[in-house]
Design a protein around this ligand. Structure first.
Ligand code: ATP
Ligand code: MG
Length: 487
């Protein structure tokens, strides 16, 4: 029997809204009944977009692509998916934009799977405490402000104080250490970016790194997205048991872009003209750093966000927000930088809340008194500027302090091995008179490690394996130092 019932095609119910306003790839939409942060939408003639916020009556979205054809009154359709990017092993060694699309001219990148960019941070039960040191190769940090894998440490300072250099050196130091590094460039200029990539290439760091680029010439949408993209690319590796380090250079510019977007959308400005949810913007990102439990594979993701200050003012909204949502900060000081004390770390204002529990025995032993001694020296040196006649004891303390300060000075692009750091400060703690003499100290700094590697390789091997200053290693080092200064 023929079926003469009328066939009704299956209906798909879609949320439809209307464009109210378009400005520099930012779209205000009204009429949506339901949507979530990060949701994909189709705008007007089919341009993809992402929902990034709401007001009581409107949805705020970023248009991904050329927005010149969009008109007020065009329809907007809600999709059933959220914004995703491909992630996977093939991203290593590549430079991508904020949408994880390659921009290094080396062809397309095949992702393993796709991840939503606005993901939730791992929950408390999936985490474990931070217990392994992330070595930066910077003497002052590894000894006094030790970082752990899974930690978030803010690098903060005025313009041109060596912030980027510090982060790059930390990446260079991860060579052969099985840490995947992601450098996220937000809002900076293109020429500085190329220099940075060249440096990473030249030093072989691209073998284990990914660069995400959203310079100031990119659209606000891309600059806004970039840090989330970098973080998502890192999560893929963390969830597979790997250690990841992500640098955000820098979040002050990221906040500026968000402010610009918000002002374009005429959202009510708050303190320093930032929108009210600026704290949420960054804390949501910072939460995604983690050290995962063994059940979750034991991977980690550490963050080195960079923030810019103006005339050393850390009480500005963005710096103070970031300080409160990280596990410590490394404060770079313009004054020290110009004195030639580089990296220009101001130890009084720098801290790592993870502390010495991540350090191995040997580095813990040699570092224990450094911070106190250095602080005392800085104070004494300040006081003694006006005095000429010094007691022998004060004179000795000043000389030791100066030697310590000199030992902390370190050229860029030259991260040290853990063993070299241990040896350097072991020698200092011994109070060897040779270390106090400027000329001999310089030679010591430059040559001792190479000398030991050549003449006493088993000593270094021992130290490297045991990570402890046993009596035998100490004796060996004492002998070696004597020998070194004799030659
Ligand atoms: P910006 O505010 O422009 O981002 P920044 O704070 O990131 O600046 P860098 O670009 O890292 O600063 O460094 C500024 C200059 O100082 C560079 O020319 C760099 O080579 C030099 N510099 C930084 N650290 C050291 C160092 N440890 N030894 C020698 N030179 C250094
Ligand atoms: Mg910089």
């Amino acid at each position: 029997m023929p079926d003469d019932r009328i066939k009704i095609p299956s209906l798909e119910i879609k949320d439809v809204g209307t464009i109210r306003e378009v400005k520099r790839s930012i779209v205000k939409i009204s009429g949506f009944s339901f949507c979530i942060n990060g949701q994909l939408i189709k705008i007007g003639p089919g341009l993809p977009g992402i929902v990034i916020g709401f007001t009581e009556t409107e949805v705020l979205a970023l248009a991904l692509g050329d927005d010149s054809r969009l008109k007020i009154g065009d329809s907007v359709y809600g999709e059933e998916d959220i914004f995703r990017i491909p992630v996977g092993d093939n991203f290593i060694g590549r430079i991508v934009d904020a949408f994880a699309r390659p921009i290094d001219g080396k062809g397309s990148i095949q992702g393993n799977i796709s991840y939503p960019v606005f993901r939730d941070a791992p929950g408390v039960v999936d985490r474990t405490s931070i217990n392994e040191q992330l070595l930066t190769g910077i003497k002052m940090i590894d000894t006094i402000i030790p970082l752990g894998k899974g930690q978030r440490e803010l690098i903060i300072g005025d313009r041109v104080t060596g912030k980027t250099t510090l982060a790059v050196d930390t990446i260079l130091n991860q060579k052969n250490k099985d840490v995947i590094c992601i450098f996220c460039w937000i809002g900076g200029n293109v020429s500085a970016f190329f220099k940075l990539v060249q440096e990473l290439r030249r030093k072989g760091a691209m073998d284990y790194s990914i660069v995400v680029s959203a310079p100031g010439s990119d659209s606000p949408a891309e600059q806004y997205l970039a840090p989330y993209t970098a973080c998502t690319l890192g999560e893929y590796f963390m969830e597979r048991g790997r250690d990841v380090l992500v640098v955000f250079d820098n979040l002050t510019r990221h906040a500026w872009i968000y402010r610009q977007i918000s002002l374009l959308l005429e959202r009510p400005p708050g303190r320093e003209a930032y929108p009210g949810d600026i704290f949420y913007l960054h804390s949501q990102l910072m939460e995604r750093a983690a050290r995962l439990s063994d059940e979750k594979g034991g991977g980690s993701m550490s963050f080195l966000p960079i923030a810019e200050t103006q005339e050393g003012d850390v009480t500005g909204l963005i710096p103070s927000n970031l300080i409160s949502m990280t596990d410590g900060q490394i404060y770079l000081d313009t004054g020290l930088f110009h004195e030639g004390f580089r990296p220009a770390i101001n130890l009084r204002l720098s801290v790592s809340r993870i502390g010495s529990k991540v350090q191995c025995e040997a580095i813990k032993e040699v570092s224990a008194w450094l911070k106190g001694e250095y602080a005392e020296y800085k104070e004494l040196a300040g006081l003694m500027r006006v005095r000429t006649k010094l007691s022998p004891e004060v004179d000795m303390r000043l000389r030791r302090g100066k030697a310590l300060s000199d030992l902390f000075v370190q050229d860029k692009g030259r991260p040290l091995t853990l063993e070299e750091e241990i040896i350097t400060f072991y020698a200092f703690n011994k109070g060897m008179p040779d270390i106090l003499e400027d000329k001999k100290r310089e030679r010591f700094k430059k040559e001792i490690y190479r000398y030991l590697l050549k003449k006493y390789p088993s000593l270094i091997e021992n130290l490297s394996a045991q990570k402890m200053l046993t009596a035998e290693i100490k004796n060996g080092l004492d002998e070696a130092f004597k020998e070194f200064f004799k030659t």
